[in-house]
Design a protein around this ligand. Structure first.
Ligand SMILES: NC(=O)c1ccc[n+]([C@@H]2O[C@H](COP(=O)([O-])OP(=O)(O)OC[C@H]3O[C@@H](n4cnc5c(N)ncnc54)[C@H](OP(=O)(O)O)[C@@H]3O)[C@@H](O)[C@H]2O)c1
Length: 245
C-alpha cells in the first residue's frame, strides 16, 4: 500500500543539511518524494548529503546564515534554482558552546544568537511572503530539551532555543490564515557531531530507556510535523526524550 504523506512533489529548504539532524531530515524528505534545497557552509559535506538522497530536483546552496543581510538574496537564489516556491523549511542549523555564567561573555552570547535564532526570524520573515512560500505548507525548527529543562552551562544556548520556541508560537498564530503550520521539536542529546562524546559513557546511554537518540529518530518527528499526518497541529513543541526523564 502506498501511503501519501503529503510531502511528495513539495519543495523544502533544510538548513544544517551538511550534518547531523539536518542531514538525516533532508534524506528522509527525499525518500518521501519531496524536493530539498540543502543549506550549510561546508560544500563537501552538502555534496555528501546530496549523494545519499533519493529522487531528483534537489540542490545545495552553501551560505553562512549568520550573514543576516544576505538572507533575502539567499532565498531569491533558492527560488531561482528551479523557479518554484517553497512549501516549507526546516531550521536545523545550530551551534552550542556550553559556558558557565561566571565565564560567559557577550561575544559568545551574540555568536550563538546569530546562528541559533536571528537567521530563523529572518527566514520566517522571508517565508511569510506568498512570493516565497505556498499556502498550506509547514515550518519546523529544531529547538532543544534545554528550552524546557536547561542544564548548567546552558544559559545562552537554552535561551536561544526558548526564543525559537516562543517565536514559533507567534508565527503559528500569524501564519494560520495561510494554513501554514509552525512547530518545533525539542530533542534531548542526540548522537550527532554536536554531542559526539555524550554516549561514550554507558552510564549516560543507559538512562535513555527507549534507546539512544539518533538523528534519524529526530528526522522522523520533523517529517511528521511537515506531513499531512500532523494536519491540525501548530504552535507546538514535541519533546524527544528517548525515555530519559
Ligand atoms: N545533537 C544534539 O544533542 C542536539 C540536541 C538538541 C537540539 N539540537 C539542535 O539540533 C540542531 C542540529 O544540530 P546537530 O546535532 O545536527 O548538529 P551538527 O551535526 O553539528 O550540525 C549543525 C549544522 O548547523 C550548520 N551551521 C552551523 N553554523 C552555521 C552557519 N553559520 N550557517 C549555516 N549553517 C550553519 C552546520 O553546517 P556547516 O558546518 O556546513 O556550516 C551543520 O550542518 C541544532 O540547532 C542543535 O542545537 C541538537
Amino acid at each position: 500500500m502506498n501511503i501519501d504523506f503529503g510531502i511528495a512533489g513539495k519543495k523544502y529548504l533544510v538548513t544544517g543539511a551538511s550534518s547531523g539532524i539536518g542531514h538525516a531530515t533532508a534524506i528522509l524528505i527525499s525518500r518521501l518524494g519531496g524536493k530539498v534545497v540543502l543549506n550549510g557552509r561546508n560544500e563537501k559535506r552538502l555534496r555528501e548529503t546530496l549523494s545519499q538522497m533519493e529522487g531528483d530536483g534537489h540542490y545545495f546552496i552553501p551560505f553562512d546564515l549568520s550573514n543576516l543581510q544576505g538572507i533575502s538574496k539567499f532565498i531569491e537564489d533558492c527560488i531561482k534554482g528551479d523557479n518554484l516556491k517553497f512549501d516549507g523549511f526546516v531550521y536545523a542549523a545550530g551551534v552550542i558552546n556550553p559556558t558557565l555564567i561566571k565565564l560567559e561573555d557577550i561575544d559568545n552570547a551574540t555568536k550563538m544568537f546569530k546562528i541559533n535564532y536571528y537567521p530563523y526570524i529572518a527566514l520566517l520573515k522571508e517565508f511569510s511572503s506568498p512570493k516565497v512560500m505556498n499556502n498550506g505548507g509547514a515550518i519546523v525548527a529544531i529547538s532543544s530539551s534545554a528550552a524546557k529543562f536547561p542544564d548548567k552551562a546552558q544559559a545562552i544556548y537554552a535561551s536561544t532555543k526558548a526564543a525559537v520556541d516562543l517565536s514559533s508560537e507567534v508565527a503559528a498564530k500569524e501564519f494560520v490564515k495561510r494554513k501554514i503550520k509552525v512547530n518545533t521539536v525539542r530533542p534531548h542529546a542526540t548522537a550527532t557531531p554536536m554531542a559526539a562524546n555524550c554516549f561514550a559513557d554507558p552510564e549516560i546511554s543507559d538512562r535513555y530507556k527507549l534507546g539512544i537518540i539518533y538523528p534519524e529518530d529526530v528526522a522522523k518527528s520533523i517529517v511528521f510535523l511537515l506531513s499531512d499526518f500532523s494536519s491540525r497541529i501548530t504552535g507546538q513543541h514535541i519533546y524527544i526524550s528517548g525515555g530519559l526523564f
